[in-house]
Design a protein around this ligand. Structure first.
Ligand SMILES: [Zn+2]
Length: 486
């Protein structure tokens, strides 16, 4: 089997990927908190996890891929309370929306998608194990319930992933120390329920709910066992979330938790002033409805997962152009073509291209490297097919297309449909069919009238709506105004 290397953040180096079982990869990725529609920034973590999943499968591995949904969380409780519905109803609604987004992004289904609420027995058991082994302690509360905290200095390896030294950490957060914590860096495993929260579980420490970090340790153990091969999340999760997962799992299970930690970089929204045509497209849903899931997937994967991704009109426009080149070629390749004489040199070249593409994908999932070679193949094919190509050459090219499709998900079925999506997307990008802009213009005019007639309540209401659309309005002393996208 192909040698795969990944950049492992435990060692901060690229290493040969060696799964514990030669033919099964145990892979966990931290999923979203389902309190609202996902942001386009969340799309990167989701699609990168899908890339790992697909590439490993394309290399012939069986992959057990677990991605959780955090359905118990402060924001979920708060939003459900405002809506006057049960938190589970609210969280489940957004789990369904999230799965719809994932499908639209062309993601393969995970092997398991556990939720916190369904994993409560395993979470409580792990907290109990940590108390029994002396890594966690309880703090009594006035109402007789107890909070459970993880005793961070007790875990000697703390900081091994994030490379954060415990001493500096203890010092850094001294100011906001909770008096009942033994150490400033200790974190919550179980917190007592508040009556207004409306969702809690019985536990040995009274009614309550888990802290955030423990869920991933418990779910990974439940679905994948004590030691896993690969753990992924956004780079923002490395500390404290992943560091705390290691502390919990290794203390509770008495063995290493995960051999390879991979993190994707951020989506950078700040490098360019948000353009007009993108300014109000903030959620995956809005983006995929306005543009398409294939475009978003392409934007996200066109940049290596460990590089920053700039969210600009340019990156979207580039993705549209690349998708067009790929799918026009695919239509041609699978359609009728002129047959020609065999050319041994060209055949060798395309066979080598497949080897090189596989090599790039095995090299820390290097999509840009593989894409570069793929575009070379497309160029050669377009040139050669004018005079005719032989069947062996065509089947070698098809083999490349199939590998790119399996490993990256950036070559799509129904290429004609993709091309028509691209045409619509181009119109949106040039602003010729952007209804969002018309709404903004109307709101700005209505706000001006409200201000001129000193109807401040109305003017504030419109400003709030504009803020939701990502528009910032600045009033000048002379009664005029300017506006921009956030
Ligand atoms: Zn997690």
């Amino acid at each position: 089997m192909e040698k795969i290397s990944v950049f492992n953040n435990l060692t901060r180096s690229k290493e040969e990927f060696k799964p514990i079982d030669s033919n099964l990869i145990r892979f966990y990725s931290c999923g979203p908190t389902t309190y609202d529609f996902l942001h386009v920034g969340n799309a990167r973590a989701a699609v990168v996890a899908d890339l790992f999943h697909r590439t490993l499968k394309a290399f012939g591995y069986n992959v057990k891929f677990v991605r959780n949904f955090t359905d118990v969380d402060d924001k979920i409780l708060e939003t459900a309370r405002k809506r006057g519905i049960h938190p589970k109803q609210h969280a489940d609604e957004f789990i369904r929306e999230c799965l719809q987004d994932y499908e639209c992004l062309g993601m393969l289904p995970a092997s398991a998608t556990p939720t916190v609420s369904e994993s409560m027995p395993e979470i409580i058991q792990m907290i109990q194990d940590l108390i029994n082994k002396g890594y966690a302690y309880t703090v009594p509360k006035k109402d007789g319930s107890e909070e459970v905290l993880y005793n961070v200095p007790k875990f000697a390896d703390y900081g091994k992933l994030s490379k954060i030294k415990l001493d500096s950490l203890q010092h850094g957060i001294r100011v906001e120390t909770d008096a009942q914590k033994k150490n400033p860096s200790d974190f919550v495993l179980w917190k007592p329920a508040k009556p207004e929260e409306g969702w809690s579980w019985d536990s040995p420490w009274g009614k309550g709910r888990p802290g955030w970090h423990i869920e991933c340790s418990a779910m990974a153990k439940k679905h994948l066992g004590n030691t896993i091969d690969l753990h992924h999340g956004g780079v923002d999760l490395m500390f404290p979330h992943h560091e705390n997962e290691i502390a919990q799992s290794e203390a509770a299970n008495g063995c290493p938790f995960c051999n390879n930690w991979c993190h994707n970089e951020f989506v950078n929204f700040g490098s360019e002033k948000m353009s007009k045509s993108l300014g109000n497209v903030i959620t995956i849903r809005k983006f995929t409805e306005t543009f398409s899931g294939a475009i978003l997937r392409h934007v996200v994967l066109a940049v290596h997962y460990r590089s920053k991704l700039d969210w600009t009109e340019d990156s979207i426009s580039k993705a549209i152009g690349e998708l067009e080149r790929i799918h026009e070629f695919v239509i041609h390749l699978f359609g009728e073509q002129k047959s020609g004489a065999a050319d041994a040199g060209e055949l060798l070249k395309v066979q080598k291209a497949l080897v090189d593409i596989r090599h790039e994908m095995a090299n820390d999932f290097n999509v840009p490297g593989a894409m570069g070679i793929f575009f070379g193949v497309i160029k050669d094919y377009n040139r050669l097919s004018k005079n005719g190509v032989d069947a062996q050459y065509v089947s070698a090219v098809i083999e490349i297309v199939n590998f790119m499709k399996d490993a990256t998900g950036m070559v799509h079925d129904y290429p004609e449909e993709i091309l028509s999506q691209l045409n619509i997307a181009r119109k949106h990008l040039s602003g010729t069919s952007d209804t969002g802009d018309a709404e903004i213009e109307t709101l700005l005019a209505e706000r001006k009238t409200a201000r001129d007639t000193k109807n401040w309540a109305k003017s504030d209401e419109i400003r709030n709506r504009l803020t939701e659309l990502g528009v910032v309005v600045k009033d000048n002393p002379d009664g005029t105004y300017t506006w921009s996208f956030k």
